[in-house]
Design a protein around this ligand. Structure first.
Ligand code: NM2
Length: 541
């Protein structure tokens, strides 16, 4: 019986959890929206500091691991060269971890900060400061701390996969050294369900943002009205596309889409850089890098504690942005970690850590630096009032209108929309694949059942459909913030499990090495003795 292969408890509990979230929201949309807003406030207000501390802690932990003995461990045989060349590796890493949201936020994030700046700045009286931060903060939210969150699960997963040679798919497996036999009980299943819950939350945020963007672009190109019907159709079409890719399988479908993704992205970025305000883009991006380096700690720990004082106004900036972002990266991290592990054969742990943090951040810097500063340039030169469109018609309209300012605007909007679809597909074909793998008992190299992959592809779109219907940016952000909460603790356990196991393994190796040296020395001494005796007897003769 094929259905015996399914891990029914994990499968059913996950599905019930998602229905338990979606159904009440559909039946009571108003009470649902109010509840979601409340949940967002409680989580991000009360526990915001926890997300921020986690981000910084993961960053330093990984830097420590990279330069410690544990970081020197090679994933695979000692002499083995990396399976993928570094550019191919960096490209795949980027396409797996980044979806259409980079087109969305890369182009428009600055406009939110332009109106609601950080550090209590005033949009009007501190205008120059505000503009600088507007073009910078997005790069920070998609920078080294964010990529460290992605890299953390990749480290133990690749360690267990290549060094301990266990084909790991589940988080509960990564925690086996801590959980021992509990990995196979409800405790292990609960951890896997929390991972699924988190990924569905993150996917909810991504799709509920990406769909209106695509639908706005389609409306712009075709003249259709941009309404809920068009959005629902767009979401279904996109889902069918990534369901097909997940059905076809990891290797061919996903690799091809990922190459297409990179090619088109490079084209879009070069086009905007060359036809847009080249020098302005280069200068503002360079300036932002310096600003981040100078203010790294301030940005990563800014929790706005003094809003309790009278006369100090709370902006809500950290909760609405940095906390939300860390949570959003967190919910994707186990899934991306697994993918990074898969493509990292032949690299060292240090290369995986530094590579993800450096290449990932550079990739995001290019999008934010080029697309974002192009929009910012239109705004501050008065060429086009992006902020007005954002406030009157919403972010998707503002983004498409920025693209519309480029030469060959129709073609560029079409490319932008197409690229958004491909970006979504490259993230969600592998997400459905991973969700299917987690809810199934897989033997080595086995693929999850096709119906299971299809099932998760369509389940992924239930939450975004509901969120789109409820509307509001805060609602979409809540999905990630809530989904990410349990993962804060799981990340801590993952890091602990890795340190415990790898350090123990290294110690065995250290004891082993001196022994081999002694053995070798003995050998050499014996050989020398034998040689000497032979010589003596020859001499006598
Ligand atoms: N992250 C990178 O929506 C997407 O593009 C997928 C989003 C976590 C902010 C990932």
């Amino acid at each position: 019986m094929r259905t015996r292969l399914i891990d029914w408890p994990t499968f059913i509990i996950s599905f019930i959890v998602i229905l338990a979230v979606v159904i009440p929201l559909i039946i009571y949309p108003e009470a649902g929206s109010a509840f979601v807003a409340q949940l967002n406030n409680v989580m991000s207000d009360r526990f915001g500091f926890l997300y921020l501390t986690m981000g910084l802690a993961i960053f330093f932990f990984l830097i420590f691991v990279a330069f410690s003995q544990n970081g020197q461990v090679k994933l695979g045989e000692e002499e083995e060269p990396p399976e993928f060349s570094t550019p191919a590796w960096a490209g795949m890493l980027f396409s797996a971890g980044i979806g259409s949201s980079i087109l969305y936020w890369g182009t428009i994030e600055w406009a939110f900060y332009y109106q609601g700046p950080p550090f209590g700045l005033s949009p009007t009286s501190d205008q120059l400061e505000t503009i600088q931060w507007a073009s910078t903060y997005g790069i920070f939210h998609w920078g080294p701390i964010a990529w460290a969150i992605y890299a953390l699960p990749a480290v133990p997963m690749s360690y267990f996969f290549y060094v301990r040679e266990k084909p790991i798919i589940k988080i509960s497996e990564t925690l086996r050294p801590l959980l021992k036999g509990y990995s196979d009980t409800m405790v292990g299943k609960l951890i896997d369900v929390l991972f699924i819950f988190g990924l569905l939350g993150g996917a909810g945020t991504t799709l509920a943002l990406g769909t209106p963007l695509i639908s706005r672009g389609v409306a712009d190109l075709t003249g259709f009205e941009d309404n809920m019907l068009l959005r629902t159709i767009v979401l279904l079409v996109v889902t069918v596309i990534f369901a097909i890719s997940a059905y076809v399988g990891l290797k061919e479908g996903i690799k091809r889409l990922s190459n297409l993704n990179l090619g088109l992205s490079i084209f879009l970025l070069l086009f905007v850089l060359i036809t847009g305000p080249t020098l302005f883009i280069l200068e503002t991006t360079t300036n932002s890098v310096g600003l981040i380096l100078d203010n790294f700690f301030r940005m990563s720990t800014w929790t706005e504690p003094f809003a309790v004082m009278e006369g100090v106004e709370e902006t809500g900036f950290p909760e609405s942005w940095t906390v939300f972002y860390w949570a959003w990266w967190l919910v994707y991290a186990p899934f991306v970690g697994l993918f990074i592990a898969r493509i990292s054969r032949g690299r060292t742990i240090r290369q995986v850590i530094i590579g993800s943090m450096v290449y990932g951040s550079i990739g995001c810097l290019l999008f934010f630096g080029i697309m974002g500063n192009f929009g910012l340039f239109l705004q501050i030169t008065g060429e086009f009032d992006v902020v007005q469109v954002l406030n009157d018609q919403g972010a998707p309209a503002a983004i498409i209108s920025i693209i519309n300012q480029l030469p060959f605007s129709n073609i560029m909007v079409a490319i932008f929309v197409f690229l958004s679809v491909v970006f979504l597909a490259t993230t969600f074909d592998s997400s459905s694949y991973i969700l299917a793998s987690v809810t199934q008992k897989l033997l080595e190299d086995e693929e999850p059942l096709r119906w299971n992959r299809m099932f998760w592809a369509f389940t992924i779109c239930l939450l975004p459909l509901t969120l789109m219907y409820l509307g509001g940016l805060e609602t979409l952000q809540t999905a990630s913030i809530v989904g990410g909460f349990p993962l804060i603790f799981i990340m801590f356990l993952i890091a602990w499990s890795f340190m415990k196991t790898s350090t123990r393994d290294l110690k065995i190796d250290e004891q082993y090495e001196p022994k081999t040296i002694i053995l070798d020395m003995k050998n050499i001494r014996q050989k020398l003795k034998r040689r000497r005796k032979k010589k003596q007897s020859n001499d006598k003769d």
